[in-house]
Design a protein around this ligand. Structure first.
Ligand code: PLP
Length: 650
């Protein structure tokens, strides 16, 4: 098993001024000025720390924008030590930097007012050889942002050469949110990919299950976690052994929860009788649902309380009792989060819910270990699509706890119809009230009609055999896919290796490639406006171009390139079925071939498209910059369409 070193930066050392000693004292406590200071320590200080330690990195992986100032320090060093220009240095940094965005809401980004940026960075501009505008432009997005903030996510997206979100759905959402950085590029082509998060399996696996895995998957299973075939051996675990291990975990969890609750009740000054009674609460034989996470409002901890009467009926059926354990933590400044905790606390004391609903404050990893292994069902009902990935459900699945979740984050990929349950479908709602209603309905119906009956359906040995089947299906399918083992392999293969190779190439011959690329980009950016596409047949609107399917279709256009060399562009047919809104759906792209020059810098191109099925198609032409060494052709933010006025990528 690999190990990595982790270095923590701390300003609380004797040599520092009292003010500076405080910078790293609290994570989220301070104001904007504390925050920018912390990020300067992390980013710029981080690079200096690596230098001091003699660590030469070839890949920098920034998680969220917090550390993104590190790119400025790398650029500064390249300029001052190696004599590069600012734009050459940016090429070098892009080559070696991977940026991962983790939140699907614009509000998740750090934003600094420009006066703070002036205060902390104006000293740097002369040494970078740039003016204030060039500097600020790197962190300005615009449409959704006020123009006087420097957005760290935008800065990181513009500076890194490779970018990704943390699940397939989050990748899609990010391409939508950040489309404005790549204006004119259709949303689905925005260069943000995705690597779905995973959990560190051996950290999160309970000991009873570890014994079972050792026995039935073979001792070496820990080294083959991403191997999906190996996990089929989960089927060899006898039902009774798996169930006994689960019940052992459930009993331990109940004891731990009682212990925590007791401490909490004493802290809250509750009646001594209630505290004494604690050893009688929580029934190991009752279906137990767990809900534990930060109480950010989008996670809707109170969704299950939307119809109190229905919930009460469901929990209190004598033959099929149900209990729910909540555990939560809210960011100190998150008042709605604290309100939610209080609301559920009050509900847990209400007649009809008392003894059925429990809430434990101060959710931490120790409690998480018990809950993700000891409840029966793991409930997750965020307001889709706001859960970028989520990982607690992955922990639960590994431990035989079955997921019941909104099809958001990782669960859209994880859910296969057999390995758990879905709340609602993959629809989007503009009205959150309506969304909450639909999701609550689905939540109650699935609990009443599927989950509760399945749990209480027992064989003569009192084993819930069909439940156990689902547990096995859940472990088998989720454990290999949603592990850090798979995740790190994917980052290595799809991102780090690209960055490492790229970094090596770009440094050769005193950064020859960096210089060549930045020169080329400058020229293309300056000349791009000259390009004009003149189709042989006039394209007025997309919907006018109806094509009958069935045979290869040849399309021709003339492109005026001005001072740009044809080797510096790619001309493409962009085509697909026409949707109801008259626009192209699920577009496909075909490269066009240069046929010859007409003189006057205008060139003839031919493309052939193959349409497999019938229907109404539309097409258009476009030109993109091309350079064989370009990491990403969209990064110049340049694309020329035939009919820019009419073309609407929405
Ligand atoms: C796993 C974990 C989380 C993350 O939970 P999500 O449901 O993925 O948001 C938060 N806190 C603790 C203590 C955890 O163990």
């Amino acid at each position: 098993m690999g190990r990595v070193n982790i270095y923590m930066l701390d300003t609380d050392i004797a040599e520092n001024s009292p003010h500076d000693r405080n910078i790293t004292s609290t994570l989220y406590g301070g104001d904007q000025e504390t925050r920018i200071s912390q990020e300067i320590i992390l980013g710029i200080g981080g690079i200096r720390a690596l230098d001091t330690l003699g660590i030469k990195a070839s890949v920098y992986h920034l998680n969220e924008g917090h550390s993104a100032f590190c790119t400025l320090e790398i650029i500064r060093k390249l300029i001052q030590n190696d004599g590069l220009s600012f734009s050459d240095a940016r090429e070098v940094v892009a080559a070696s930097t991977v940026f991962t965005t983790h939140t699907p809401v614009p509000a998740g980004s750090d934003r600094f007012p420009l006066y703070l940026m002036d205060k902390y960075f104006s000293y740097l501009w002369p040494s970078l050889g740039i003016d204030r505008n060039t500097f600020m432009e790197m962190g300005l997005d615009a449409p959704s942002d006020s123009p006087d903030v420097f957005n760290m996510t935008i800065f990181a997206l513009k500076t890194a050469g490779q970018r990704n979100g943390v699940s397939k759905l989050h990748g899609m959402v990010s391409r939508n949110i950040f489309n404005s950085i790549w204006r004119g590029i259709p949303e689905e082509e925005v260069p943000i990919g995705s690597v779905t998060n995973g959990i560190h399996s051996t950290t999160w696996l309970n000991p009873a299950f570890k014994n079972l895995f050792d026995k039935y998957l073979g001792e070496n299973w820990v080294n083959n976690i991403p191997d999906t075939k190996m996990w089929n051996n989960i089927n060899n675990i006898p039902d009774e052994e798996l169930w006994n291990a689960h019940m052992e975990n459930k009993q331990k969890m109940i004891e731990f929860v009682r212990h925590r609750l007791k401490k909490q009740m004493i802290r809250n000054g509750e009646a001594p009788e209630a505290i004494e009674n604690i050893d009688k609460i929580l029934d190991v034989n009752a279906l137990t649902i767990g809900f534990a996470r930060r109480f950010a409002t989008y996670k809707r901890a109170n969704l299950i309380f939307r119809n109190l009467a229905r919930l009460q009926r469901m929990l209190n059926k004598p033959a099929t009792p149900v209990q729910i354990i909540f555990a939560g933590k809210a960011h100190p400044a998150d008042h709605p989060g604290h309100e939610l905790i209080k609301q559920i606390y009050d509900l847990s004391h209400q007649e009809g819910l008392k003894g059925k609903i429990f809430i434990i404050e101060n959710y931490d990893m120790k409690l998480a270990h018990h809950l993700i292994a000891g409840v029966d069902v793991w409930l997750n009902n965020p307001r889709r699509p706001l859960e970028a990935s989520g990982t607690s459900g992955q922990k639960a699945a590994l431990n035989g706890v079955i997921n019941f979740s909104v099809l958001d984050g990782w669960w859209v990929e994880g859910y296969n119809g057999e390995n758990g349950w879905a709340i609602s479908d993959e629809n989007y709602y503009i009205n959150t009230e309506q969304q909450d209603n639909v999701d609550a309905q689905s939540l109650y119906a699935t609990l009443e009609e599927e989950i509760i009956p399945l749990y209480y359906q027992r064989n003569p040995k009192d084993l819930p055999v069909n439940w156990i089947k689902k547990m096995k299906e859940s472990i088998k399918t989720c454990a290999p896919a949603f592990s850090t083992a798979r995740m790190v392999q994917e980052y290595t293969k799809d991102y780090y290796l690209t960055a490492m190779r790229r970094n090596e190439e770009i440094m050769q011959n005193h950064y020859k490639l960096a210089h060549e690329l930045s020169q080329w980009k400058t020229q293309i950016l300056n000349e791009w406006h000259q390009i004009k596409i003149i189709p042989d047949r006039k394209l007025n609107h997309f919907s006018d171009q109806k094509i009958i399917a069935g045979h290869p279709l040849e399309l021709n256009t003339t492109v005026y390139l001005g001072n740009i060399n044809p080797t510096s562009v790619r001309v493409e047919v962009y085509y697909g079925k026409i949707g109801q809104d008259g626009l192209i759906e699920e577009p496909q792209i075909a490269l066009m071939e240069l046929q010859g020059e007409n003189g006057n810098s205008s060139y003839r191109y031919k493309g052939t498209i193959h349409l497999e099925s019938g229907g109404e198609y539309g097409y258009t032409f476009r030109v993109l910059p091309y350079h064989s060494e370009l990491l990403n052709e969209y990064d110049l933010g340049l694309v020329k369409w035939v009919d820019e006025g009419n073309y609407n990528v929405q």
